[in-house]
Design a protein around this ligand. Structure first.
Ligand code: PLP
Length: 428
């Protein structure tokens, strides 16, 4: 597996630092090795303590990783002190892989992440051996020893910072412009990258950007392509940032995995509902062919995006049993009905079948459920569901399928398994 390395600080709240770096690299499909330079005690409102790792132990971590793995690219984040920065630079200068430097100095909550000695060592030892450095406005001003108020200032700062041969990527988030304008300074040329300004970018945006770049370079992309791709990913990570505490929000480097986490959530919801069903549903409610509950992903396009209990729930020796785990694509009949239902109301994403009994229908009426009665064709379930629904104004709580010559059945509908369980409890 292609491996990249992050040399950075631990952020106890998990929004920035090593924790964010490992997530960002993993999302790009790169294994992330990590060397920890300092442990911070912090939350979303501020940093309450920093415990630097000794230079000797930073060295031990680095040597352990480098003598074993074929590291394709390295990034540094919080280096904290001149001693740690020099230790890291002394080791990395003997290695060939590209080094990306995020010159971390201050946290997003405005707390100092250096001991005051770092900047000179960064300039003297780290920048000369790096391929790319990614300062924000403040970091660029410190590194170039000038204030940046105009585009000309910014270009001059890039030239100063990159004078020892590295490329410079200045992040535009902290400038007062209507859009966010970043600049890549590479081989004496400037490339402008302009993005809509979103809300204030959350904790970890700088860490995540440099980690995406490092991982993309570990994949073999050149600087320009790694930068372009990574900047897109950061925009998405910022636009989906979320709150975890009382202070700053954190960026979401996992945004590309959203589909996967949604799938897990649907499977979990089905498994939880199925366990509850086993506890509360009497045998007479279970259809002869078995009972099932299914839930669709948002905007599901087919049965493969609908999860249900694999091999249904059936009665064995008087006990209702789950014959498999929640799985996608295992409930064809319920799925076709649900897909037709979702065409009418996409928010109704859960379906469950129960045995038909006149008593059950009577109870449904008593508790005020809306129902429709339909003659459904087993071969054309979607079409017959659509036809049945076309006569009602909204999606009912249940469709009572007269079943023709087959078994009669009731298919209950709800927005999600939780709502389904509360509906079920009303009629049992
Ligand atoms: N590294 C660590 C360990 C941090 O705690 C922080 C911020 O708090 C940073 C890096 C920089 O974070 P950002 O990506 O928000 O600039």
């Amino acid at each position: 597996m292609r491996t990249a390395l992050t040399v950075a600080g631990s952020d106890s709240v998990g929004g920035a630092g090593i924790q964010a770096d490992v997530k960002a690299m993993s999302v790009v499909g790169i294994h992330a090795a990590s060397v920890i330079t300092a442990v911070t005690a912090q939350n979303t409102t501020g940093v309450s303590g920093i415990f630097p790792v000794s230079e000797e132990f930073v060295k031990s971590q680095l040597e352990a990783v480098l003598k074993d793995c074929d590291i394709k690219a390295v990034k540094t984040g919080m280096l904290y002190s001149a001693g740690i920065a020099e230790t890291v630079a002394d080791i990395l200068e003997d290695h060939e892989m590209p080094l990306i430097v995020d010159p971390v100095m201050v946290s997003g909550t405005d707390c100092d992440l250096t001991d005051g000695s770092l900047v000179q060592a960064l300039k003297k030892k780290v920048l000369p051996i790096c391929e790319l450095v990614t300062p924000n406005r403040y970091e660029a001003e410190v590194l170039a020893k000038m204030s940046i108020r105009s585009k000309d200032d910014l270009m001059l700062a890039c030239e100063i910072i990159g004078k020892q041969g590295s490329s410079v990527y200045i992040k535009g988030g902290h400038f007062n412009t209507p859009t966010v304008v970043d600049y890549l300074y590479l081989s004496s040329e400037f490339t402008k990258l302009e993005y809509p300004r979103l809300k204030k970018s959350g904790h970890g945006s700088g860490c995540v950007l440099s980690s995406f770049m490092t991982a993309n370079m570990a994949k073999g992309l050149d600087i320009v392509n790694a930068v372009m791709k990574s900047r897109e990913l950061v925009q998405e990570s910022i636009s989906t940032q979320y709150a975890i505490g009382k202070g700053d929000v954190v960026v979401n480097p996992m945004v590309k995995l959203k589909g996967e986490t949604d799938r897990f959530a649907v499977l979990d919801a089905i498994d939880a509902a199925a366990s509850r069903i086993l506890d509360i549903v009497p045998d007479e409610f279970v259809p002869k062919n078995g009972m099932n509950i299914a839930m669709a992903m948002k905007d599901a396009a087919g049965p493969e995006e609908i999860a249900a209990v694999d091999k249904r729930m059936t009665v064995h020796n008087g006990m209702l049993r789950k014959n498999g785990p929640a799985k996608f694509g295992v409930a064809e009949h319920l799925s076709y009905v649900l897909l037709a239902v979702m065409k009418k109301d996409p928010s109704v994403r859960c379906i469950m079948n129960i045995a038909y009994a006149p008593d059950t229908v009577a109870v449904m009426e008593e508790v005020g459920f809306s129902t429709i009665v339909a003659e459904m064709s087993k071969d054309r379930l979607s079409e017959s569901t659509e036809k049945a629904l076309s006569k009602s104004k909204s999606v009912p709580d249940a469709i009572i399928d007269k079943g023709g010559r087959k078994e009669r059945t009731i298919r209950m509908l709800a927005k999600d398994p939780q709502e389904m369980m509360s509906k079920l409890e009303q009629i049992l």
